[in-house]
Design a protein around this ligand. Structure first.
Ligand code: CAA
Length: 290
């Protein structure tokens, strides 16, 4: 029987183009997407004709609106939560391990797992003037970021800004994302066209970009600055802070494993059950900063 793919792959000359296509879920990442992504990473890695890749989302609203909340709402205990996070972490880190440049063409919202998968890419391109563009809104759902947000965001934009984004769940605009260093370039026109062009330049060695630090960081603060978390869960905030601070003095690899463990611990809280269920029942968004 034919299987409908949720991730598409095509070659644009020497650039491999991966498109996540789940329009009804704003391209949210579920286990099926992770499996398909893994297969394309292998193809890109092993095809000598392909020199670089681009990752994008289908449609014009979202790049990726996060990991699939409906799938996570079906998980029942910390071990299942941790395993889901590890699956997403390993799949997204495969982009980092291709050994060829990968450009994220962030054609719209990059939330939660969407922001996190983009951070596994070598460069990130976004449209100018998107007021609500990127964020780590997991704490709204009784979760912490579980696909590397607590690890790669501090490495990219520093502990203070990363912690504020994660702990308040608030989204930032594309202009702020550029100012913070979360995206590398904003474009007026078609994000995908520019991303393919940049991927080609990177693949041919004509341009270079700064790589993320993979080892332990030297600037880990003892504690994070106070942040007003409003109505958000104190128990979940504590797990987020732990994941951020503990991971800073670990290698990225170990920090990710630790994050997945803390992500699983969210399932020990009542706020997790309520948060996920609220989204499934469509109540969460009225409370959320979105
Ligand atoms: N997972 C599953 N489905 C999602 C989704 C997600 N992350 N994001 C959106 N959808 C679905 C919605 O459920 C809806 O489908 P149904 O009508 O069948 O329920 C469809 O996509 C369209 O979404 P909305 O009706 O909500 O569209 P909107 O324009 O009103 O709002 C939005 C857009 C602000 C992005 C809102 O959809 C939203 O808040 N989404 C969730 C964003 C989020 O919290 N992401 C983080 C996920 S947790 C995570 O990623 C964990 C991790 O690190 C591993």
């Amino acid at each position: 029987p034919w299987e409908v793919l949720d991730v598409l792959f095509e070659k644009k000359g020497n650039v491999g183009l991966i498109t996540i296509r789940r329009p009804k879920a704003l391209n949210a990442l579920n286990s099926k997407v992770f499996k398909e992504l893994d297969a394309y990473c292998e193809i890109i890695k092993n095809d000598p004709e392909i020199k670089a890749a681009v990752l994008t989302g289908f449609g014009n609203k979202a790049f990726v609106a996060g990991a699939d909340i409906k799938e996570m709402a079906g998980l029942t205990d910390p071990a299942q939560g941790e395993a889901f996070a590890r699956k997403g972490q390993i799949s997204s880190a495969n982009l980092e391990k291709i050994g060829k440049p990968v450009v994220a063409a962030m054609n719209g919202l990059g939330l939660g797992g969407g922001c996190e998968i983009a951070m596994c890419c070598t460069a990130r391109i976004a449209p100018k003037g998107l007021r609500m563009f990127a964020g780590q809104p997991e704490v709204n759902l009784g979760l912490i970021p579980g696909m590397g947000g607590t690890q790669r965001l501090p490495r990219l934009i520093g502990f203070e800004k990363a912690a504020e984004m994660i702990r308040t769940a608030g989204p930032i605009s594309s202009e702020q994302a550029l100012e913070y260093g979360l995206v590398t370039e904003l474009v007026e026109g078609d994000v995908l066209v520019r991303a393919i062009e940049l991927a080609r330049e990177l693949g041919e060695g004509k341009t270079k970009v700064k790589m993320m630090e993979m080892g332990p960081l030297s600037n880990v603060p003892d504690k994070l600055p106070d942040v007003d978390i409003g109505h958000l869960s104190r128990a979940i905030d504590k797990l987020a802070v732990q994941a951020i601070l503990e991971g800073g003095s670990m290698t990225l690899e170990d920090g990710l494993k630790n994050e997945a463990k803390r992500f699983g611990e969210c399932w020990k809280t009542e706020d997790n059950r309520i948060g996920l269920q609220n989204f499934v029942e469509k109540g969460a968004r009225s409370k959320a900063p979105f």
